[in-house]
Design a protein around this ligand. Structure first.
Ligand SMILES: [Zn+2]
Length: 392
């Protein structure tokens, strides 16, 4: 009898110990990708593009990469077509599916006349800067498209600063993971796509409040800035942003799954995309930005925000735009071009350090005879001597 009890006990104990581990090992990692807006809600609108379309294109391309490179991850979209989905439903999709991660994809805008460049990724929290509160207000105001929104969101008024007091008393137990993911994504926007980094920030987003897993809301760029709109609306821009999101996700995913002890195959980070820029914002010569430092959660890699001259090596010119597969661009580091009248001028390298670029010029002169150093300030070509004076 005693023997039987012991066997039974040890059997139960085995079950208790083994179950959670096997449950963990077998639970499929689920990623919910949320393309912001849709249908009657266009989101921010630029001169030619709409936020809802940019968000959807980038989201689908990002999800496709995850499916290809991490087939063991379950990818769920909150929408895959141009349809309206209520904010609460987006979060509910993630909660119902017991998701491990929620990434909401959006495009930024500021009032006309202002030119702002770059990406920023938010986690749930209290906005300490007016600028961040404005982003939350704009994104939360989509609830007004929903009938009974006052009831559904318990009287939350997206445009009243008072409504945001609730976020001050809120505890986010996934804060640490969310900030980590946001950093991974921001880092990749800069290192992979060369985008200006506006940092990891916090604000009161309803969609993040409703989710019960690590979650971020990322803003791909400013549709209200013409050069950024061109980039966001281009095939190349969307491909680069999707790849940056994938790289950021993969970095985070690798860390998390290692922690759980499961074996996962993750594709290595892709090489930096060096195809020449089309309508690209001056990522290498960032515009001066007044970002209150108190708000940023220490982004790891901040692109210099002071306007400093940027040096490049001009290698050849062409009366027409050349294809990225052109022989002359093969193995050219940081290939780019700028337009001078009707001429396309191709460059290599990009640095605020003149000596570094001058060394690159020496190397390149074997292949491109007569290549020379050119300087830019805020994306505009300036006199080299003037640039060197400004550098000092
Ligand atoms: Zn949005």
């Amino acid at each position: 009898m005693l023997k039987k009890i012991v066997i039974l006990l040890s059997f139960c104990l085995t079950l208790v110990v083994a179950l959670p581990f096997s449950a963990l090992a077998e639970k499929q990692f689920t990623l919910v990708i949320d393309p912001g807006h849709g249908g009657k809600d266009a989101g921010a609108v630029g001169k030619k593009a709409k936020e809802k379309t940019i968000n959807l294109n980038v989201a689908l391309a990002f999800g496709k990469l995850v499916k290809e490179k991490c087939p063991e991850v379950k990818v769920i979209y909150t929408r895959t077509t141009d349809k309206f989905v209520a904010l609460k439903e987006r979060a509910a999709i993630a909660n119902r599916n017991n998701a491990d991660l929620f990434i909401s994809i959006h495009t930024n805008a500021v009032p006309r006349g202002k030119k702002v460049y770059g990406t920023e990724t938010f986690t749930l929290g209290t906005a300490r800067a007016e600028e961040n509160l404005e982003v939350a207000k704009r994104e939360n105001s989509v609830i007004t498209y929903e009938e009974d929104y006052a009831e559904t969101y318990a009287g939350f008024d997206p445009n009243s600063p008072e409504s945001y007091i609730i976020f001050e008393f809120m505890q986010d137990r996934y804060m640490e993971q969310s900030v980590d993911l946001a950093r991974c994504i921001q880092e990749q926007y800069t290192s992979y796509a060369g985008r200006q980094n506006k940092g990891v920030k916090q604000a009161g987003f309803l969609v993040l409040r409703e989710t019960s897993m690590p979650s971020v809301l990322t803003e791909l760029g400013f549709i209200s800035t013409p050069a950024e709109e061109n980039y966001l609306n281009s095939e190349r821009g969307q491909r680069q942003l999707a790849q940056s999101l994938y790289n950021g996700f993969a970095t985070y995913y690798k860390k998390v799954t290692k922690h759980l002890g499961t074996k996962v195959a993750i594709a290595e980070k892709t090489e930096v995309d060096n195809t020449p820029a089309v309508d690209l914002q001056p990522a290498q010569a960032p515009v001066q930005e007044a970002t209150p430092p108190a708000e940023s959660v220490a982004p790891k890699k901040q692109v210099a925000t002071n306007a400093k001259p940027v040096y490049k090596v001009q290698i050849f010119t062409s009366p027409t735009k050349v294809k990225s597969s052109d022989k002359r661009l093969k193995n050219v580091k940081k290939a780019d071009f700028y337009k001078d009248g009707k001429t396309y001028k191709y460059t290599s390298g990009s640095s605020t350090n003149y000596n570094e670029i001058n060394n690159l010029r020496r190397q390149l002169s074997k292949r491109f005879k007569g290549c020379f150093v050119v300087a830019f300030l805020n994306g505009e070509r300036i006199d080299l001597n003037e640039a060197r004076r400004l550098s000092k």
